[in-house]
Every structure is written in C-alpha cells, then in structure tokens.
Design a protein around this ligand. Structure first.
Ligand SMILES: [Zn+2]
Length: 289
C-alpha cells in the first residue's frame, strides 16, 4: 500500500461485498484514489514551490506555443486496455469506449488537454478482471500491457477494487508516478464506463489534482480558486442540493460543480483555471520533464 497519495472514492458509497465476485446488478461507485494525509500534502506543497521556482516558462493557461502544428491543445497518447471475464462479464462494446473518450474529451476541452487513442487492446482474463489495486495480479497487468512513459496515458477498463471495495475508478497522482512509474495509469470500472465524469475525474488525479475536499478547509486542495470544502457531500441522490452546502467558514459554497468533487453530475462539471494551471504544471514539470 503506498503511504503517499493515491486517490479514493468518487461517489463515496462502495457497493459490492469484499469477496471480489462480480455482480453487475450492484453498480460500483466511488473513486479509489488514496488521498494524501496532511504531512504528505505539506510535502506536495513544498515540491510544488520548488518545481515552480525552477520554472523558466511563463505560467498561464493553454501554454501551447510548444504544442506544434498551431494546435491549442496538447494531445496525450492514450492506450486502452479492456479486460473482461471468460463469461463476458465486463464486456464493453467499442461504441461504449468511444463514447467514454468522446465525453471525456468534451469535459477536458477547457483544460487544453485531449486524449488521442493510439490503440485499444482486448484481453480475457478472469483473475486480472477482479484484481485489486496494488495486488500482484494487477502489477502483472501493468507489466504486460502498459505502454510508454510518464507522458503516456494507459486506461484499464476492468472491475475496480481497492482494498476489497468495488469503486468506479482510481488513479495515481503524477508526482507519485515519478516514484512508482510501473504503477502509473487510470482504471475505470466497466460498470462505470457510461458515467459522464469518472474518466475526466481520474485523469485529473493523473494530472496531480486532489479532490476539492482533500485537505479540508486548510490547507485545502493546493489550488487557490476552488472554494474550501471540509468534506464531500454524502451521496444520496442524483439531485444537486439547493441551497449548496457551505462547510468551511468564509470560503463560499462548497464547489459541488467541480469534477474533482463527488457531487452528482447535475451540479455541473468544471475544472477551475487554478486546477487547469496545476495540470499544466504537472505536465510540464513532471510528466513531460
Ligand atoms: Zn477521486
């Protein structure tokens, strides 16, 4: 188990029991990223400062003068690995995968990043399908399938288990990938491939974004323009609450419209300029360094 930050729970409730049996009647929920503790977040903040001190390029959004071909977007080579069971549990049609990427690219439009699918690879393996994060079986998957370096995104569609709980997906932070490059990538549960924001949310972690409520009211999520948020809203319905909760004094309403929160899709799906900047910093100083 990584001590530092790998990220947890997108919609809070985890549904399946701990026995790792696939049960498509019980939709998986949650993002399995393990949030950093306060000491780890302080280290992250210091590393942020050091990275930016060394930076010679101007900061700002859409720094794409180096993108080439006049494009305002940075395209990220993306390898897709779809794992299913012998009995076709977890089977995802091509159209579902294409739709997931299309919807995600629409959500990422404001960030200046776009995913460019290089290949889609299909594997049938029962043990791999139900493997837990950090298990030997999952490391086998990544050892055999993972493509490229830190600037290449690998997406694994499979059952997403973290410590025995089934979640919608999980990812490692960019800065953790420096220490554990063999573990780098994003997992999306096959039951959640139609969830509008899950892949964009996990991509956010992959680009070093924390949950808006990680770090509570202070130090917060290390982004200046997301309102403070003490805790995620308890996931009770698809309805966005009215009025919005306000869990930190003098910080404004909780940012339930943010992709890095767990709120229902109906609250909105945005990244703030500060988050976009943090993603570009991660790209420039970590993934493309
Ligand atoms: Zn998350």
């Amino acid at each position: 188990m990584k001590a530092v930050s790998i990220i947890l729970l997108y919609f809070i409730a985890t549904v399946l029991s701990h026995d790792h049996h696939d049960d498509s009647s019980s939709p998986a929920r949650g993002c399995g990223y393990r949030a950093p503790d306060v000491a780890a977040m302080e280290d992250m903040a210091h590393r942020d400062e050091r990275r930016l001190e060394k930076s010679t390029s101007p900061r700002g959004l859409f720094r794409c003068d180096a993108c080439g071909s006049g494009s305002r977007f940075r395209t990220i080579d993306t390898y897709i690995h779809v794992i299913q069971m012998m009995n076709r549990t977890g089977h995802l049609p091509d159209a579902a995968i294409e739709e997931n990427i299309k919807v995600t690219n629409e959500l990422l439009w404001s960030t200046g990043f776009q995913l460019k699918v290089v290949s889609t690879n299909r594997i049938t393996n029962d043990v791999w399908y139900i493997s837990d994060w950090d298990s030997d079986e999952e490391m086998d998957i990544k050892r055999q399938l993972k493509q490229g370096g830190l600037d290449t995104l690998n997406i694994y569609y499979k059952a997403a288990f973290v410590d025995g709980d089934r979640v919608c997906g999980y990812a490692n932070l960019a800065e953790d990938a420096v220490y554990w490059p063999e573990d780098d990538g994003v997992v999306v549960d096959t039951l959640c491939a139609t969830n509008k924001t899950i892949l964009a949310h996990e991509f956010g972690h992959w680009m070093n974004l924390l949950h808006t409520f990680d770090g509570g009211c202070s130090p917060g999520d290390l982004v200046d323009d997301t309102n403070g948020q003490a805790m995620p809203m308890k996931y009770l319905s698809e309805e966005c609450p009215d009025p919005l909760p306000d869990t930190c004094p003098d910080a404004g309403f909780d940012p339930l419209d943010n992709i890095m929160d767990y709120a229902p899709n109906g609250c909105g799906d945005i990244f703030t300029p500060g988050q976009v900047q943090r993603m570009h910093d991660a790209w420039r100083k970590i993934r493309r360094a």
